[in-house]
Design a protein around this ligand. Structure first.
Ligand code: G3I
Length: 331
C-alpha cells in the first residue's frame, strides 16, 4: 500500500513539492512521485518569477507540464504562489517604486495566472510568507512599502474576482516555532475575516530547520493547538512544506526524525479541519536543503535511492490512524 492509497482512504491529501528539472529528466523520480502522492506543489514553476519573469513575458510550459502530469495521475495541484513579498518575484516587482504600477502588475499577474489555470488548479497560496522570516511582523519590501498592509486583502479579493471557484490560502512559515509569529498571523487572519476577505485556508509550512534556522523543535502538542486555532475560525488548515533537518553526527538520527515526523503529522491530522500534509520534496537526493544547508541533512521520507526511511513508515502510520478515525467517525 502506498501513502496515497492510505490518504485516499482517509479523505486527505498527501503531497510533495517537486522541481521541474528533475521531474522532466528522471523517470524514477517521476514514477515515485505519482505512485506515493495524491497532491503536488510546483516548487518554483507557479511563482511569479517562474511564470512571468518580466512584464508580459509568460512561461507556461513547465507549470503546464506539471499540471498535466498531476491530472493524468489523479493528483491535485496546489498553486504556489501568486504574491510572495520578498522572494520568488522578478527584480522589477521587488524594486518597484510606484504604487499604481505595482498594483497594476499585481492585478494583471493574478488575473492572467488564474485565467490560464482555470479548472485545473483548485487551490492557491495567494500570499506566501507575508511576515518577516524570523519575526512576528509584516515583511518589508515593495508591497508593504507602496501598497501598505492592505495588499494582502487586495490580492485575495483580486483572486476571488478572477476565479470565484477556487480555494484561497494564506501560507506562512515558522508560526510553530517562533513565539512572535503566531499572534501576528492570528491578527492578520482575524482582520481579513472581519473584513469579509475571501480567505479559505491557512498553510503552515512546518519546515523543521532546528538548529540552523530555528531556535527549537516544534512539539506535537503545540502544533495541534495551532492547527486547532485556525480550524476554529472555520478555515481549512494544511501542513504545506514539511521537511526536517537531521544531525549527521547523531547515531540514531533517522529514528529520531521518524518519531518527530509521526508526532507532528499525528498532531495535525487529529484536527478534522486539517486535510493535507505536503512535504517539501520526498527524496533526500532532491531538496533545497542540499543546496542551502549541506547534502547530508537527510530531511525527507525516502533516501537518495528512493528507499523508505523510518520517516516514511511514520507517515504511513499517522495516515493510517486518520483513515481508521475517518471510517469510524470523528471522536
Ligand atoms: O532557475 C534558476 C536557474 O536558471 C539558475 O541557473 C540557478 C542558479 O542558481 O538558479 C535558478 O533559480 C533558483 C530556483 O530556486 C530554481 O532552482 C533560485 O536561484 C533559487 O533561489 C530558488 O530557490 C527556491 C526558493 O524557494 C526561492 O524561490 C527553492 O528552490 C525552493 O525550494 C524554495 O521554496 C520555498 C517556498 O517557496 C516557500 N517557503 C520556503 C521554501 C524553502 O525556502
Amino acid at each position: 500500500m502506498t501513502l496515497r492509497d492510505i490518504a485516499d482512504r482517509a479523505g486527505v491529501r498527501v503531497g510533495a513539492a517537486a522541481p521541474i528539472g528533475t521531474l522532466r529528466a528522471d523517470e524514477t523520480y517521476r514514477s515515485v512521485l505519482v505512485r506515493e502522492f495524491n497532491a503536488m506543489t510546483p516548487e518554483n514553476e507557479t511563482k511569479w518569477l517562474g511564470l512571468q519573469p518580466s512584464p508580459g513575458e509568460w512561461h507556461w510550459d513547465d507549470a503546464d507540464y506539471m499540471v498535466d502530469l498531476a491530472d493524468e495521475h489523479g493528483m491535485q495541484v496546489r498553486g504556489h504562489t501568486l504574491v510572495w513579498p520578498h522572494a520568488g518575484i522578478p527584480d522589477h516587482v521587488r524594486d518597484a517604486t510606484d504604487a499604481h504600477q505595482l498594483r497594476s502588475w499585481m492585478t494583471h499577474h493574478i488575473q492572467t495566472t488564474l485565467d490560464h489555470f482555470r479548472g485545473r488548479i483548485p487551490r492557491w497560496d495567494v500570499v506566501n510568507e507575508p511576515m518577516h522570516w524570523g519575526e512576528g511582523r509584516l515583511a518589508e519590501g515593495s508591497f508593504l512599502d507602496l501598497l501598505g498592509p492592505g495588499y494582502i486583502a487586495e490580492a485575495f479579493t483580486i483572486a476571488h474576482e478572477a476565479d470565484p471557484g477556487i480555494e484561497l490560502w494564506l501560507n506562512e512559515t515558522h508560526a510553530d516555532v517562533l513565539g512572535g509569529k503566531l499572534p501576528e498571523l492570528r491578527r492578520i487572519v482575524e482582520e481579513m475575516l472581519d473584513a469579509d476577505v475571501p480567505l479559505h485556508g491557512i498553510g503552515l509550512q512546518t519546515h523543521c530547520l532546528y538548529p540552523d534556522f530555528s531556535p527549537n523543535l516544534p512539539t506535537g502538542e503545540h502544533l495541534n493547538g495551532i492547527v486547532q486555532t485556525f480550524a476554529d475560525y472555520g478555515l481549512d488548515v494544511a501542513i504545506t512544506e514539511m521537511d526536517m533537518l537531521t544531525d549527521p553526527e547523531q547515531p540514531d538520527r533517522l529514528e529520531a526524525q521518524g518519531a518527530l515526523y509521526e508526532e507532528l503529522v499525528d498532531a495535525a491530522l487529529q484536527v478534522d479541519g486539517c486535510r493535507e500534509i505536503t512535504f517539501w520534496g520526498f527524496t533526500d537526493g532532491v531538496t533545497w536543503i542540499n543546496e542551502i544547508f549541506s547534502p547530508d541533512r537527510a530531511p525527507l521520507l525516502l533516501d537518495a535511492d528512493y528507499e523508505p526511511k523510518p520517516a516514511y513508515d511514520a507517515i504511513e502510520r499517522a495516515l493510517q490512524r486518520r483513515a481508521e478515525r475517518f471510517t469510524t467517525g470523528p471522536s
